[in-house]
Design a protein around this ligand. Structure first.
Ligand code: SF4
Length: 189
């Protein structure tokens, strides 16, 4: 959630990037799952799963196409990840770990090229309150982030992000915001 120079986070769950089939249609798609499902099944890159999901109610507010999955079943485990990276493929940690680590912005193209399978990379739906006197006036977009080690050689911040505000004003998020969010971590943490 962004409101000009302020931002806040709601960590609802994980998004699985699937190469598979929805009914008879074979393609890539994204599925949102809750922390309970991840705690139970421990998803990792390469797993084979099945389940029945619902189409998301408002695609503007979601990254995934499907959510509220029932009957989620592990059909086959992916290969155990070797230590090391990037990209990092060990088990994604609990959501409070992500919140505690904080993130840096990640260039969209870099996310697509190198970070899509990394446990520290994510694309988030972002809601923006354009006019705080009229909070119903919202804009939506997606942004990519990295929660990984500050020393990761794959990291590329990309351009500073601009946030729209009242009467055509724009706020540019400077580098210090990311530095502040991750300053409690050492370079290799
Ligand atoms: S830049 Fe971040 S998301 Fe990308 S591989 Fe490195 S740690 Fe993972």
């Amino acid at each position: 959630m962004r409101s000009f120079d302020a931002r806040s986070h709601t960590y609802l769950g994980y998004v699985l990037w699937v190469e598979g089939a929805i009914g008879a249609e074979e393609r890539e798609f994204l599925v949102a799952v809750g922390p309970g499902a991840h705690g139970r099944l421990g998803f990792r890159a390469g797993d084979r799963l099945s389940g029945v999901g619902e189409w998301v109610a408002n695609p503007l507010e979601e990254i995934a196409e499907l959510y509220k999955v029932s009957g989620l079943k592990m059909e086959a485990r992916g290969e155990e990840a070797k230590q090391g990276g990037p990209p990092f493929h060990t088990l994604a940690p609990p959501l409070p770990v992500y919140r505690e680590r904080g993130h840096r912005r990640l260039k969209e193209e870099r996310y697509e090229e190198k970070c899509r399978t990394c446990m520290w990379g994510c694309r988030m739906p972002v809601e923006m309150i354009v006019d705080h006197w009229n909070p119903s006036k919202m804009k939506h977009r997606a942004e990519t982030f990295c929660y990984g080690p500050l020393s990761c050689p794959s990291y590329n911040a990309g351009s500073r992000r601009r946030v729209p505000g009242r009467k055509g004003a724009t706020w540019t998020e400077d580098d210090w915001v990311d530095e502040d969010a991750t300053s409690h971590r050492g370079r290799d943490e």
